[in-house]
Design a protein around this ligand. Structure first.
Ligand code: DGI
Ligand code: FE
Ligand code: FE
Length: 210
């Protein structure tokens, strides 16, 4: 773990204290687990460990803001007013990354972008975007049907894991009769071939062993 974050000009202890002031204890523990998982994925897929740490520890920083605060921030940051028709699930990433930027003076676009798209993904995800998106889904505290399959996919293929997560999220949201943010569908469409490709490779591999 890092003792000091140069870009923030603060120690890890100070950073953790600042985060704890803003989120519930259980949310804070989740953010620590996502950080650890993101670092593991960065090691596995040759990503930047420092960025994985920062993105992981900060990704849900805005999660406990009130709806009223988000609506004000959308105006303050001059974001598309259409965003106002969504809710916390979409806002804490799509608006929250700018709150991280403001509160910490963070200027690292790689990290900020990963936070921006950590819930809904996007068509063309950078390595760190995929690492955070998947780490958030598979961190060890998660327990829902399909999480073990997601963990297995993430051992081998980040693209396949991104597609699987987008697919399961869409299934879940439609079952709950919830609206799907269009960017979530774009992520699914863009990464689905990655899941097919991975599964074909896997079945070829099994055939060649038989
Ligand atoms: O913030 P976390 O709970 O750690 O995880 P997250 O940022 O991936 O958010 C997950 C929640 O967001 C989950 O309740 C489903 C919801 N969500 C994800 N994509 C969409 C969405 N909600 C709506 N309405 N539309 C989406 O496209
Ligand atoms: Fe989140
Ligand atoms: Fe999260």
């Amino acid at each position: 773990m890092f003792d000091y974050y140069e870009e923030l000009g603060m120690s890890r202890i100070e950073l953790l204290e600042r985060i704890q002031e803003k989120v519930s204890p259980s949310r804070f523990q989740h953010m620590l687990r996502v950080e650890k998982t993101a670092i593991d994925l960065a090691k596995r897929f040759a990503g930047n460990i420092y960025s994985a740490s920062l993105a992981g520890i900060l990704h849900d920083y805005a999660k406990d803001l009130s709806d009223e605060e988000f609506l004000q921030l959308i105006d303050k940051y001059h974001l598309d007013p259409e965003l106002k028709s969504w809710g916390n699930a979409v806002w804490h990433g799509k608006v929250g990354f700018l709150k991280v930027k403001e509160d910490f003076g963070l200027d690292n676009n790689e990290v900020l972008h990963a936070i921006q798209v950590h819930t809904v993904g996007t068509e063309e995800m950078a390595l760190l975007d995929k690492i955070l998106f998947v780490a958030d889904y598979i961190e060890p505290g998660r327990d829902f049907p399909g999480v073990d399959e997601a963990r297995e996919l993430a051992e081998e293929s980040l693209d396949a894991a991104v597609a699987f997560e987008a697919m399961r999220t869409i299934e879940y949201l439609t079952n709950q009769h919830q609206p799907i943010y269009p960017q979530t569908l774009e992520t699914y469409n863009a990464y689905l071939p990655g899941l097919f490709h991975y599964r074909e490779k896997l079945s070829d591999h099994k055939k060649s062993r038989n």
